[in-house]
Design a protein around this ligand. Structure first.
Ligand SMILES: Nc1ncnc2c1ncn2[C@@H]1O[C@H](COP(=O)(O)OP(=O)(O)OP(=O)(O)O)[C@@H](O)[C@H]1O
Ligand SMILES: [Mg+2]
Length: 415
């Protein structure tokens, strides 16, 4: 097996760092290795301690390497946070091939043209997503490869982020001894993986409820149109349990994972457990109902904040409803509360691959999914070696976003 067939994603979250190894063989994609490590150095989704984060990354990557028996040298890194912004942009180029057939290079050039925008100095482009292409005035084209035209236009969404946040992320990964293949907006990958074509077209919101942050991403007409990150998540529920039962956070997290329930209606009075109370070594018994009485109001509040944020973003009703993901949505009873609070159709999305069937893995698997889909689109493009610089048979590579090129220079100033 050559290394070219293997791609690795890294999702650096508040509670967990996850490295996921995907393998593409004979046109199918499988997850062959997963490494998770408890996160240190991340608060509410943002890196606050580089050295601790590096250790967590190393530990997750080592774990994945041991599982598969390979050495990981390059990773696709997920990015998210309240610093992410979206802009719409437009690019125009003349088709260069003599026969006027639109090729890969024309697409690259038109996307580059759309990336030429005035940005504040503290911001950087992470990625660009084509909403639609226009060939000689004909609108609504999703993939113009192989079409004939003179004038190629693109209407695109540009994803930007704060330079400092991007720098910290790149610094941590590179300090862990890994090369960054590219940065991928977590909700973009997760959206491609978890949302159906219809949901993305009609309009739907993907909500990733993690430990320290909740990211909303609205999809419409097939692409991401809005995103926002709120500083709330499963950690709040754990803290409420720790206060409510007067126990250590670590114990509260354990009982939450084992007995937690977000709906008092669904909780059982005969499911009991004991916790050690703070300041004594006396154990006290509680029931699942006690836990639900603590968790339910917090889960309600989380969905009220999500609903408020959706209104603030200007989306009152979306035909595709809400698709929930992220570790916190594993909690029994949560979907019911979400349906009550959001008053819309709501479902939970879990990656459908062996070894990662947990909503906490949606971000990491989504990164791989997005990269692979990109490779497939490129490989499906008509090959016209005469018009390419590359010799026939050269492996197509994924188009790198401008951020990597530009940041390499910035980055080298710091190291
Ligand atoms: N079965 C479960 N019941 C309740 N909560 C759960 C369950 N499984 C996981 N969680 C919670 O999910 C959260 C972790 O989710 P996830 O792994 O998506 O977060 P993260 O990516 O590390 O953090 P973030 O995205 O906020 O930076 C933790 O708060 C954890 O307690
Ligand atoms: Mg996360």
């Amino acid at each position: 097996m050559s290394n070219n067939d293997i791609i690795v994603s890294l999702d650096i979250g508040t509670s967990k760092v996850r490295a996921i190894i995907g393998e593409i063989s004979n046109g199918t994609f499988n997850i062959i290795g997963v490494g998770s490590a408890d996160s240190e150095g991340i608060r509410k989704g943002a890196i606050v301690d580089i050295d601790q984060t590096v250790q967590s990354i190393r530990s997750a990557v080592d774990h994945a390497e041991r599982m598969v028996g390979i050495q990981i040298s390059e990773v696709y890194v997920g990015i998210s946070g309240n610093h992410i912004g979206l802009l719409t942009s437009h690019g125009v180029v003349a088709v260069q091939n003599e026969d006027r057939e639109i090729g890969e290079d024309d697409i690259d050039r038109v996307l580059k043209a759309a990336e030429v925008i005035a940005l504040p100095p503290e911001r950087e482009i992470i990625d660009i997503v084509a909403k639609q292409y226009v060939v000689d005035g004909l609108e609504g084209i999703k993939d113009p490869r192989g079409m004939i035209g003179v004038r190629l236009e693109v209407e695109a969404t540009i994803i930007t982020g704060a330079k400092t946040a991007i720098h910290n992320l790149l610094r941590c990964v590179e300090k862990s001894g890994l090369k960054v293949s590219d940065l991928v907006l977590l909700s973009l990958g997760a959206g491609q993986l978890a949302l159906s074509k219809d949901e993305k077209t009609m309009g739907a919101a993907l909500v990733d409820i993690g430990a320290g942050s909740t990211t909303i991403a609205v999809f419409e007409s097939g692409t991401i149109v809005a995103t926002s990150t709120l500083p709330i998540g499963g950690e709040f529920i754990t803290n409420d349990i720790a206060y409510g039962l007067r126990t250590l956070t670590e114990q509260a997290e354990k009982v939450k994972l084992k007995y937690g329930c977000a709906s008092m209606q669904d909780a059982a009075a005969d499911v009991t457990f004991k916790v050690t109370r703070i300041g004594s070594n006396v154990d006290k018994e509680f029931t699942q109902e006690d836990l639900a009485a603590i968790a339910e109001p917090r889960v309600q509040e989380i969905f009220q904040l999500i609903s408020q944020e959706m209104k603030r973003l200007g989306y009152n009703e979306l035909p595709g409803g809400y698709i929930l993901t992220g570790g916190t949505v594993s909690m029994p009873g949560l979907l019911k509360i979400a349906q009550q609070e959001l008053d819309a159709s709501v479902r939970v999305a879990v990656p459908d691959y062996i070894g990662v069937r947990d909503p906490g893995f949606t971000g990491g698997v989504g990164i791989l999914y997005k990269i692979i889909k990109n490779i497939r689109v490129r490989n499906a493009a008509p090959k016209k070696p005469a018009n390419r610089n590359k010799p026939a048979g050269t492996k197509e590579t994924v188009r790198k976003s401008g951020v990597m090129e530009r940041l390499k220079n910035i980055f080298s100033e710091f190291i």
